[in-house]
Every structure is written in C-alpha cells, then in structure tokens.
Ligand binder design. Sequence first.
Ligand SMILES: C[S@@+](CC[C@H](N)C(=O)[O-])C[C@H]1O[C@@H](n2cnc3c(N)ncnc32)[C@H](O)[C@@H]1O
Length: 318
Amino acid sequence: MNSLNSQYEVFLLFIKKYLRSGRKEVLEKIEKHKNFGFPSWHIGMMNDSSRNQFYMTEIRNQAKGKVVLDLGTGFGFLTWLALESGAQHVYALEENHLIITILEDLFADEISAGRVTLLPMHSSLLNSSHFHRGQPDLIVHEIFGNTGLSEWVIDIFEDLFNRKVLTPEMSFLPNRFSIHCCAHYSTFINRNYQFLNPEMRDKFQKIESLMTLMHPSVSLPYAQEGDASSPYELLNIDLNQFVPRKESELKIVLHKEANSLRVWFNFFGNSEHFTSDQKLNPGNHWANHFYPLDLSGETVDLRVTFNRGELYFKKLVN
Ligand SMILES: C[S@@+](CC[C@H](N)C(=O)[O-])C[C@H]1O[C@@H](n2cnc3c(N)ncnc32)[C@H](O)[C@@H]1O
C-alpha cells in the first residue's frame, strides 16, 4: 500500500512539473504512470457543447457578485465561468487528488488573489467552517452520472442538507432535475442468438442474465423505432423543496413489443434546460441507458427504487 501511495505521489509531482515546464520528457514519464489518471468520461463531458451551453448561459446570468460553491469542480469549467461572470468568490470543492493538483496550478493566480478557495475533499467532509468568505449564495454542480443518479447526486444533497451545510433557501444551478423512461425494444438485449446448438444458446442466455444482474443498465445505440410507449417521469427533485425520494410507482401502457426501459434525465436552470434524451439531444455525451426487463402485456405496473446511485425496476403483479 505504501509503495502504491509513494508511486502516486511521484506521479503527482510529475504532473506539477509538466504544468510548470511543458517539457515533453516529463510528459513521457507521466505516460508510464497513466493508470493513476482521471476517468476518461471527463473528456466527453468537457466536449459536450449542449451541456456546456446550459452552464454558460445560466452562470453568466446568475453568478455576478455571488459567493459560489462549485460542488464537484472537475477541471474547473464552472469555477472559471463564475469568475468570468463576476462572482465575488468561488469555493471549488473536489475530491480527486490528481484533479486537485491540476486545479492548484490552473487557478494559482485566483487562489493567491483570494478569489478562489480550493476545498480538496469529499462533500461528506465539508462543513460550514470551510466557508471563511461567507456562506455560498449559489451552488453550481454537475454530478450527474450516466443514468442521472449514478454520481450519487441525491445522496450528496441529502447529506449536505441534513448536516445544514447547505439549506434549501440557497440558489442552486441546476435547481431541479428529473428522471424519465419509456418502454423500448432493443435488438441487443435478449436477442435470439443464432446458435445451432441449443445447449450453447442456453449457456449464453445464462451469461446474459448474469451480466444484467451485475450491471442493471447497459449503454447501447439508440434507434427511435425501438420506443414502445410514451415517456414517463420517474422522479423529480427540486433542490429548493428537497425531499429525498427513494421509490416511485408507474403504469406503462405499451403500444408495441418491448424488452427494456430506456432511461434519460433532464436538469433545469432559471431560463434553460438540458436533456440527455438521445431522441431530442442526439449529440450529448451521456449515452442511452437501457434496463432489460420482461415487459409483456398491454400495461405493466412497475416499482422503481433509487438506491445508492442506481435505479432498480421491479414488476408488480396485479
Ligand atoms: C461530472 S464532473 C463535473 C466537473 C465540472 N463541474 C464540470 O462541469 O465540468 C464531477 C466532478 O465532481 C467530483 N465529485 C463527485 N462527487 C463528489 C463529492 N461528493 N465530493 C467532491 N467531489 C465530487 C468528481 O471527482 C468530478 O471531478
């Protein structure tokens, strides 16, 4: 464990060295340790122009003169937008050590000028005493994982509200988010394998059951003709009237055969909104997510549970 920690320290030192010098030899040394790097989704996320447009418009309209908390700063896009829009101060909260090292360099001038405070910790360790420049008035965040909840957005806000580090009277961007689904037929899930040997087909079906048990949702290309019902809302969280919902029920009316649920999410600002629905916003980096499910009959009653960042669907028997 020690040697892994010290290798990681060396890796961070090389990152610092490279940021200061830009030297190619240092970059080569970093490459040898790149397994310590940041998750690759940061690249898709930072290139997602519809996502970026949402935050640019809203932050430019809202951040002037505000004390801002950037909850989950990443490489600092929202912090940078807030500073550019005239925020009085930004608290940049981030838990990833590599990213923190980069933020220290990226915002070195703003940190020494007292415009940015870096809070290098997980949100569960944050408390009001960290707000030495006053309580934040505007909390900006983008902690939406691939199915909306998988970066634990509900749990993170529940913890911060319970401990009164944040209060629902503050302004949030996004201030509301919702999760949606529709029934869908996918040719990938539960496909009829073209195996001539029925035993091998059965074995593969078992493997498929194991896969979907371990990963209840899969990311697949979206085909509009696969949609088999109208859209339904599963969950709607308003941060200004926060209720940590854990469960919801719905009745799906099918208009054709379906074998999964297609799930997406929306989030809202004062004037703009964003959707990860590939039908309406095909270029967004949050892929389509499908939950394999036995959906037979004209209507299906479902219970959905939101637990530790995941959605679980259960068919209810009438
Ligand atoms: C989806 S990225 C968003 C980055 C940046 N805000 C942006 O919009 O470009 C979320 C970031 O929040 C950090 N993060 C997630 N949950 C966190 C938590 N509970 N406490 C602190 N940082 C967190 C992750 O490490 C990641 O860098």
